[in-house]
Design a protein around this ligand. Sequence first.
Ligand SMILES: Cc1ncc(COP(=O)(O)O)c(C=O)c1O
Length: 389
Amino acid sequence: MRNEFLVYGSPAIENPEIEEVVAVMQSGWLGTGPKVARFERDFAKYKGIEHTVALNSCTAALHLSILGAGIGAGDEVITTPLTFCATINAIIHAGATPVLADIDPITMNIAPNEVKAKITSRTKAILPVHFAGRPCDMDSLCRIADNYKLKIIEDCAHAIETEYHGRKAGTLGDFGCFSFYVTKNVVTGEGGMVITKSEEDAARIKVLGLHGMSKDAWKRFGDEGYKHYQVVECGYKYNMMDLQAAIGIHQLQRVETYWHRRQEIWHRYNEAFAVLPITLPAPVELNTRHAYHLYTILIDEQRCGISRDGFLEAMTAQNIGIGVHYLSIPEHSYYQKTFGWQPEDYPHAMRIGRQTVSLPLSAKLSDDDVDDVIDATKKILKTDQQHQV
Ligand SMILES: Cc1ncc(COP(=O)(O)O)c(C=O)c1O
């Protein structure tokens, strides 16, 4: 057993970002400034698009995208029950009502036929999450959106590198929202980004992200002299800091190197676990690119002789940190009380939420770390199988 606890999702932080953060500290310009502007440009280049707005989280990106889409009180937004609570909360913060459509049990992404069944006269948008980095069935979702005149807001928190039929995640809908939280594929500590199809949408989100102050208000203390600004609407304090962007600029330069490393680990897990009585992630679909953000296995107690929660405890006892993505949204008391949702109404998300475990998958993992994860997983599952016999 390994000596040190392997922290789940611990990011790879290297010298260039450490030096850039120090340089920002020494410059005295810690808040939104030239580093944020550069990070926005670099991200736009990576995505092959024009309009980006850096914010302090993906939650903020989702909230402002929903507002930017003109959605508010009385409107419904259809999304997945297998997601982080932020996806749902952003819809609620915008004053709209979240509506859940169950997932496809193989891809774990929102099922287009379920989306269609949930459309009402109040539906204004579909909010797909590219779960674990696997792209959603965007052809079908875009067709539905076209037919019913709905906006698409992509939750790309797991999907920086994801591609679908030659197009990059976040560019298929009207808005794409990204996360740079510590466990994500590119990190800034906390941080997010919106990419938009239209320049107007990006401009509005930029204003909404900094109190509703007119464009370029962040420059008001710069060397061009004090600039007056107008508050043009009641916005939010969602801007990214230069301190965060300083990390992101260098992380983004390594996005492909890190992707290759996670792909390597993914294949090692696939090979090592093929003999175990667990469900592995579905193969990557043709003509798509998976971002390899989460490696999720399903622990079915009947087949494995150990419950999912028993497996979590056993891995922790082996000094391996693991994650759960996610208990389905209707398992949480707030949503049950507020919307009357019950897990059984979304059976695929419920089952997967109760069986799923995310194994460590970060570019920081050494080959020895990966061996430790494999050994611990095999030991726990084999031991319990033997108990069963
Ligand atoms: C699917 C999904 N959506 C949204 C978010 C929110 O991202 P952030 O923490 O940057 O607000 C996360 C973060 O974990 C996520 O996994």
